[in-house]
Design a protein around this ligand. Structure first.
Ligand code: ADP
Length: 306
């Protein structure tokens, strides 16, 4: 029996249906996507909880109901009156997606404003999963509180797994983003960056540079995703290896490629796979996810094992 707590923001997703005036409503968000794929990959001996904050309105309740239906634990979700969940809208024009967000004042920004509740949620957990987006949306004081709680969790032997998921628009400025991301990586034992983001915002010339930079911060193990390119892994001794990614027959929508890779990787490793085998499992899941539209592709889980 093990327990994973994913920490972050889940938003309502409004997408066009093709019928003018008719939108469909779903739920997604980087850490939620990973939690959802973890739930699909791991057996019932693993509990997956989602830690966030929502409002007390009907839409917030729909999100909580959705998580519960998907067998993701909701007992650590805070309810804040007068706040609600963030929303985003996806429109598709000539195959190109564009996004509009309403998330500046979302309830999730307060997810760490009761540090004792966060600490209690992590009591007895085995793994805490979070991302640079989780960190970006918090007020600075709450960032410090969350870093402290996760650092204590790691000190007790908990595994902290971090995807930097660099999103400069969520940060005041690039220097602030880089500084906080490195503080977060320093207390995380496994870091799962994507090379294109790291190259763009840290100037890394190669995935090996990304590995070296995060290991310099104190992250023990690093797995660098690189789209269709090889995954670069570094073990706790700093030994590098690469794992090739199976080519995708058709790429329909790359939404959640990285999030699903992380889930496939972690699920495999938690049941005993080596880093190289876990990376192959992550790539196999991500390949199925990018073959269909949307962040949460149920079919990708049904196809597991093929
Ligand atoms: P992110 O979605 O975070 O930007 P990447 O684009 O690096 O992350 O992709 C994450 C993973 O998804 C890759 O490591 C790979 O396994 C898979 N993937 C992404 N794009 C492709 C592709 N074109 N063909 C096959 N696999 C892909």
């Amino acid at each position: 029996m093990g327990r994973i707590v994913a920490i972050g923001e889940c938003m309502g997703e409004l997408s066009e249906t093709g019928t003018p005036g008719l939108l469909s409503m779903g739920f997604a968000g980087d850490t939620l996507n990973t939690a959802w794929y973890l739930r699909g990959m791991l057996g019932s001996d693993w509990q997956i909880d989602y830690l966030t904050a929502v409002g007390t309105d009907t839409l917030s309740q729909r999100l909580v109901d959705f998580l519960a239906t998907e067998r993701i634990g909701t007992q650590h979700i805070r309810r804040l009156a007068e706040k609600t969940i963030g929303l985003y809208h996806i429109s598709l024009r000539d195959g190109e997606r564009s996004f509009t967000y309403w998330r500046n004042d979302s309830a999730a920004r307060r997810l760490a404003s009761d540090p004792a509740a966060v600490a209690a949620a992590l009591q007895d957990a085995d793994v805490a999963y979070w991302s640079g987006i989780t960190l970006a949306i918090l007020p600075a004081g709450d960032r410090v509180a969350l870093l402290e709680i996760l650092s204590q969790f790691a000190g007790r032997g908990g595994q902290v797994v971090f995807d930097p998921n660099l999103r400069p628009r969520l940060w005041d400025n690039a220097d602030s983003m880089r500084g906080w991301i490195h503080r977060a990586a320093a207390l995380s034992s496994l870091c799962l960056p994507s090379f294109d983001d790291e190259a763009a915002h840290f100037g890394d010339a190669s995935p090996a540079d990304t590995v070296a930079r995060y290991r310099d911060q104190g992250t023990s193990r690093v797995v660098v995703k690189n789209g269709p390119g090889d995954v670069t892994i570094a073990d706790a001794m700093g030994r590098l290896d690469t794992v090739s990614v199976p080519s995708a027959q058709i790429v329909v929508d790359t939404t959640a490629a990285g999030d699903s890779f992380n889930a496939g990787y972690l699920a495999a490793e938690l049941v005993g796979a080596s880093m190289a085998d876990a990376a192959a499992a992550g790539a196999a899941l991500a390949r199925k996810v990018i073959g269909a539209r949307g962040a949460l592709v149920r079919q990708a889980l049904e196809l597991q094992g093929e």
